[in-house]
Design a protein around this ligand. Sequence first.
Ligand code: ATP
Ligand code: MG
Length: 577
Amino acid sequence: MRFSHLLLPTLKETPTEAEVVSHQLLLRAGFIRKLTTGIYIYLPLGLATLRKIEQVVREEMNRAGAQELLLPMVQPADLWEESGRWHKYGPELLRFTDRHDRPSCLGPTHEEVITDLVRREVHSYRSLPLNLYQIQTKFRDEIRPRFGLMRGREFVMKDGYSFDATEEAADRTYQKMNDAYHRIFRRCGLRFRAVEADTGSIGGSFSHEFMVLADTGEDTLVICTSCRYAANMEKATSQAPSAAPAGELRPLEKVETPGKRKVAAVAEFLGISPRELVKTMVYLADSKPVAVLVRGDHEVQPVKLKNLLGAVEVELATDQQVFDLTGVPTGYLGPVGLKLPLVMDREVAVLRNVVAGANEKNYHLRNVNPGRDFEAGQVADLRMVTVADRCPVCGSELELTRGIEVGHIFKLGIKYSQALKATFLDAEGKERPFIMGCYGIGVSRTIAAAIEQNHDKDGIIFPLPIAPFQAVVLNLSPNDGQITSAAESIYEGLRQQGFEVLLDDRDERPGSKFKDADLIGVPFRVTVGRKLAEQGMVEVRQRADGHTADLPFAEAVERLAEMIRAGLARYSIKNDE
Ligand code: ATP
Ligand code: MG
């Protein structure tokens, strides 16, 4: 590709609309342009990168025995009525009616459509296992589309769905997909972790998320420093607390705590540590209030609360809502005598003689004891894990780190096959629902995640396997015949060897060519300039580590080809791996 003919509009300034670095760099490097909120145009380099990732995904899905198909983006409402999601799926589902008044939607995901297809076409256990996938544009009317490709309304996803005859077979398929995902993200050159993920209220199933490790990630990951345990914070648990200490339960005592509403302030005022205090938080679970008790130094994990209560949505009540419900200002709420349903974290259950709000402005109670002074409806792990916790599996220290969810695999079981009556006949001629799994990869989000993980002040540093070009050749003097013909011959030579190469043949200052090459993140840069006439040399520089070497012009193509091949070999995976 010649820069002079390419639609590659790089920008010097950082666009003010972009908050995160991947969004800024994708705009600056001329990969994407915004059409409207959460909807982006892929310019040639953006598309080239997208295609690279798609190709890796495709190869590994095919290798794992999945078959590619392409499902429609527009879906009829009937199928969603059948699955029960037409009314359950929130406003992210873009619904509309066509000219014949048929309710329809734009596909945010395709469980309904694929289950419908399979129930119509597959009838026997002999056709199983079946694993089908597509790479397609999804639409989700996200409440807060942001960060460019990271959370769009329109985005490219690989979604796969498996159908098995037995639980064991479904588990094997799940494991195959887990392996395929490891290969995909390794081959993309990304540092990632697979973590246990929340499965919501679908019992008996399991799920893993694939997280690209980056400080800017929206998700917090809990990772054991010694064993393989790793989980999303929404799901992560820790070693259970030891039983409550034996000893005297002292009598309740009301103490004045004027103006002390926050845990830290109350603890300091009473000369105790926050862990000797119980926090009472009011949540609305599908609009019904519930009080949640956690230790003063802990935080409620809303997803765990949601799962415990079987709610669709939970949100923290506002101060005003708390006051309307209890007549007590927030900060002085406590479990003793509180007229709200109570649930408590398992760590609270083992506390003795602690401090809690007295349900009266400016007062707290000392020596509160669960069991004696109040009863909670349910006791469960309801809190966020902290670095002070220990691994639930091996008891070692835990580490917290941040990640970007690029993939998600999920054992669905019979949730959809049952709802849509998708069945097959087993070997005994008995009708059974398919056992399903679903497997997503955010292909467009992976571009953003790769950049969040790999960039510096000058621009993107693409991992070689997903870079839109493997090499860029800079012709520093397009008006100089010798330099131009040398640059052209390196460009052609590399292309003939099958590499993707950009030739910067623009009539621009060398400075802007260097800047643009860095900005777009091409792994190998070849500079053809003055050194050619003076010493017969061209310069090769690697974007990732800045390593620079001069090569004789005559050997440049061969040596570069070797370097690129060696680079790519680091990410390739052999068949038996
Ligand atoms: P999130 O929790 O980030 O909203 P999700 O759990 O709803 O994502 P899935 O339904 O698991 O997403 O979709 C599969 C993959 O699609 C995700 O792992 C993610 O990489 C990608 N994805 C989901 N929503 C978006 C979006 N709005 N923009 C870009 N990629 C997305
Ligand atoms: Mg997900």
